[in-house]
Design a protein around this ligand. Structure first.
Ligand code: PLP
Length: 361
């Protein structure tokens, strides 16, 4: 393809990207996205083919999460999915002072949801393994709790909360149980974690544009009971379809088509291979880092956290490594599908060189 213009910045390559939860999309996703670039699934009676593709994509997502009868829609990403989950739970309840309860490992999209929807967000501590503390959640819920959040693949440490136990707590106060698997949803099917509808949950966020290897934007919101989606229905007078559950109006048909194409190409074997390969890399990387004397967090999913000195972090950044830290300053490396063995080796060799240079200075 011709570059847009030599004077413009070019898109980044994934060669040194260790911080992103997105990745290089599958070639089929790119082709499908390009083909459907000018379609709008927000107007399904006009753009009928993309509407059919969206319903196929939702069905496939439902298979991936192990609940074939789940329904939902392709969102613009995890943020929209989480906002709409809170929105639906709030509308479902009669309380005038709604609150939602989430572990402090929650994604910041819930802060946006709380602000936009005027819902109180109660965050509670996590335990020493960075998972939701059940006693704290239990103490935080009350009759005004409309939703309890569990994270399945946390942004900072890749942890999976105790979802069945959280579900019990939520249902005891008649709240909706929502799982945020925006990042983890395409690797968790290959693990032993109880994370999805089988654990009794009501709604789930899962992003094709992260581990699903779809083109951006493609998120997913799924619900067990279609009546929860009905809580979001807004009448659409000038469209032929009577109502809409989405937050956005005009939507990306490219994202929807890219999501279906990626999932058709990769589910289940491609995703399983990706999970096994990236998990192996994460474990290797953790061993290498702890051998060098850094304090590390054992990966449960393909994400490694390690305590490295700030100067070393800065030096790696200035060598072009795209790395990031958690809120408390811990290095986190996300082993996304574009991360390879040689990428990890090259990272470690730069790290060793910079350490030696730092020590000799
Ligand atoms: C990435 C992420 C989100 C937000 O998704 P976007 O697609 O960036 O809007 C929400 N929750 C978790 C756990 C995530 O990893």
């Amino acid at each position: 393809m011709q570059p847009l213009c030599r004077d413009h910045p070019q898109p980044q390559s994934f060669d040194r990207v260790l911080s992103s939860m997105c990745t290089r999309p599958h070639p089929d996703a790119v082709a499908a996205a390009t083909e459907f670039l000018t379609t709008n699934p927000g107007d399904p009676m006009t753009y009928q083919s993309i509407a059919k593709i969206e319903s196929k994509a939702v069905n496939l997502l439902a298979d991936i999460v192990g609940e074939p009868t789940a329904t939902g829609y392709i969102t613009s990403g995890g943020t929209e999915s989480n906002i709409q989950a809170v929105h639906a739970a709030r509308n479902r309840s009669a309380t005038k002072t709604p609150n939602i309860v989430a572990p402090e490992s929650l994604h910041f999209s819930f802060n946006k949801a709380a602000t936009v929807l005027n819902v109180e967000l109660r965050t509670v501590p996590t335990d020493e393994d960075h998972r939701a503390d059940l006693t704290a959640v239990e103490n935080a819920v009350d009759e005004d709790t409309v939703l309890v959040v569990g994270v399945a693949g946390s942004t900072a440490y890749g942890r999976v909360d105790p979802i069945p136990e959280l579900t019990d707590i939520a249902h005891r106060v008649d709240a909706v149980m929502h799982v945020d698997a925006a990042w983890g949803g395409f690797v968790l099917p290959f693990t032993d974690h109880a994370w999805s509808f089988a654990a009794g949950i009501d709604s789930l966020t899962i992003d094709p544009h992260k581990f699903g290897q779809a083109t951006i934007p493609a998120g997913g919101l799924l619900v067990r009971d279609p009546s929860l989606l009905d809580e979001l229905a807004i009448e659409t007078p000038y469209l032929e379809s009577p109502t809409q559950a989405t937050l956005t109006g005009t939507r990306s048909g490219a994202g929807v088509a890219g999501a279906l194409a990626a999932m058709e190409a990769l589910w289940p074997h491609g995703y399983k291979e990706t999970y096994e390969r990236t998990m192996y890399l994460a474990e290797r990387l953790e061993t290498e880092l702890s051998t060098r004397g850094f304090e590390t967090v054992t990966p449960h999913l393909p994400l490694v956290a390690a305590d490295i000195p700030r100067e070393l972090f800065t030096a790696l950044r200035s060598e072009g490594w795209r790395i990031a830290t958690t809120a408390d300053g811990t290095l986190r490396i996300v082993c996304m599908p574009h991360v390879t063995q040689s990428l990890c080796e090259s990272f470690l060799s730069d790290l060793d060189r910079l350490r030696r240079a730092g020590n000799s200075a």
